[in-house]
Write a protein that binds this ligand. Structure first.
Ligand SMILES: C[S@@+](CC[C@H](N)C(=O)[O-])C[C@H]1O[C@@H](n2cnc3c(N)ncnc32)[C@H](O)[C@@H]1O
Length: 337
């Protein structure tokens, strides 16, 4: 990932509605003002942290929800699609509201929003933020109802025009997006909108020399300045291995056999996975231009394989959506069937 390009493209993305930019600025300032030391101090970009969480039953940490908010380009792209598709009087369901930021954008369009959040502390933060935005006259009161609950089992009392659900992790790991959508899509009106619309996942075979980091398990690729980052290079081109359409109800997980041709010599010791979400407008949010969103992960192989340029490699990949990276079943062999 080229960090210079990343910064350039971050700067290019703008909020198309001034009200959304104002809401974003006030919301991020408010969060920084709550406990700036903790937010700045914690290295949240650490996959070990995610491994410790029980996201399926308790949600993310509040700081992780705040981190999503800070991912400027991701949040701006969501705001722009909300501006495009959410109209006054519409009913919006925001599953996994976090800081409430997407609910605030939708409410500023004049929609009535039900905002669901599993983590009680995060839900409380979102409520307080909403009160604050109402008090300073930025949003109207009584537009958002926050419900602290599990979106996987929540039963809406009426149909919705728009379903917002940003519970996406690289490769559809860790988070409950698919179970949440399966539960809630039944309550979306015909031709209603789901945001994001789909997720594409890419895989490649790579080589890293950061063996110490590998021993600790899979790692995020990350800023090279961070101690948990890994230097690596790819031994094959990335291949699209999964495309999940969130307007569907049935998600089965991944069970794929893939063929690669090595593009370099090296010791194949990691699997590289990255993702791109596609919005209803067709705008894509890719790992290459966000701060955290669908960031690449490296998963260590049980054993290394020496690979020669031009060699044919077969990869079998089996896992359930929402599982932890170490639960992915990976098998690499040197020749195609
Ligand atoms: C990736 S964050 C996104 C937050 C916010 N929507 C945004 O775009 O900034 C996902 C949020 O969903 C919450 N969450 C995860 N699983 C959930 C579930 N099953 N039901 C309700 N909320 C959930 C997490 O606790 C977290 O706050």
């Amino acid at each position: 990932m080229n960090l210079e390009n990343k910064q350039v493209s971050n700067q290019l993305e703008v909020f198309s509605a001034d009200i959304h930019r104002h809401i974003y600025e006030v919301t991020t300032d408010w969060c920084r003002g709550q406990n700036p030391k903790t937010y700045a101090e914690r290295h949240i970009r650490d996959i070990q942290h995610f491994n410790k969480l029980d996201i399926l039953s308790s949600g993310l940490d509040t700081l992780d929800a705040v981190r999503c908010l800070y991912d400027y380009r991701r949040t701006a792209i969501f705001a722009n699609d909300i501006q495009k598709y959410v109209e006054p009087g519409m009913k919006v369901l925001d599953a996994g509201t976090g800081t409430g930021i997407l609910a605030f954008f939708a409410a500023s369009q004049g929609a009535k929003v039900i905002a669901l959040e599993l983590n009680e502390a995060t839900c409380q933060l979102a409520k307080e933020l909403y009160e604050y935005l109402v008090n300073i006259g930025m949003l109207n009161p009584d537009l958002i109802e926050f419900v602290c609950c599990d979106a996987v089992t929540y039963t809406p009392t009426h149909e919705f025009d728009v379903l917002l659900s940003e519970n996406l992790y690289t490769g559809m790991l860790y988070e409950s997006q698919c179970s949440i959508i399966s539960n809630l899509i039944k309550y979306l009106r015909i031709s209603g909108i789901v945001m994001p619309a789909s997720l594409e996942s890419y895989v490649a075979i790579g080589c890293t020399n950061s063996v110490e980091n590998l021993k600790k398990g899979c790692v995020l690729v990350l800023d090279p300045a961070l101690p948990e980052s890994c230097d690596y290079f790819l031994l094959t081109q990335p291949v699209l291995y999964d495309s999940i359409d969130f307007t569907q109800t049935c998600f089965e997980g991944v069970n794929k056999s893939l063929n690669f041709i090595a593009t370099a010599d090296g010791r194949a010791n990691v699997l590289w996975i990255a993702g791109t979400a596609i919005m209803p407008s067709g705008t894509s949010i890719s790992f290459s231009d966000c701060d955290y969103f669908t960031e690449p992960v490296l998963l260590p192989f049980d054993e290394e394989h020496n690979v020669l340029k031009g060699e044919q490699i077969r990869l079998d990949l089996i896992y359930s959506y929402g599982c932890k990276p170490q639960d992915i079943n990976i098998k690499m062999s040197h020749e195609w069937d």
